[in-house]
Design a protein around this ligand. Structure first.
Ligand code: NI
Length: 147
């Protein structure tokens, strides 16, 4: 009878890498601190590669955040930002608004939904005139949470 593997069971494998690459990687781990070790760092890289691939699939459920910095004096920008966000109440989990100075606002949206909807929302918000800086970061997919 073959051995069945369960999620969470650890498999061991050996990897051949150039010595200087390994030394540079170990230096990076040392800078990160005590909790960093090779196995855990390589697991994170594998998850990141799987997430990156899954994020290309529009129907994958993704989890991420959108950061925007804008001048709230620009035309009716505040109203338009609000209108767009009301079309995505299922995807916007939470928002944070910081008044940076007299002109600039920082807004961060926590997002969860299909890639198609999340990318559409990000495009609509970031293309508004007056949004000066913006970045969508998708960190995980629903399926990658299990890995
Ligand atoms: Ni503000």
């Amino acid at each position: 009878m073959g051995k069945r593997s369960c999620p969470g069971d650890l498999a061991r494998f050996s990897v051949a890498v150039p010595e200087d690459l390994l030394a540079a990687f170990d230096d990076l781990l040392a800078r990160r601190g005590d909790d960093a070790n090779r196995s855990s760092a390589i697991r994170d890289l594998m998850r990141a590669a799987l997430v990156e691939e899954a994020l290309k699939t529009p129907d994958a459920e993704v989890i991420g955040s959108l950061t925007m910095i804008y001048d709230h004096h620009t035309g009716d920008l505040t109203r338009r930002l609000d209108e767009v966000q009301h079309d995505y109440t299922a995807e916007i989990v939470s928002t944070m608004h910081v008044h940076l100075d007299h002109h600039n606002c920082l807004e961060i949206l926590a997002l969860r939904g299909t890639g198609a909807r999340i990318y559409e929302l990000a495009d609509r918000l970031l293309s508004l005139r007056g949004v000066r800086h913006g970045k969508l970061t998708c960190s995980a997919t629903e399926t990658s949470l299990e890995l």
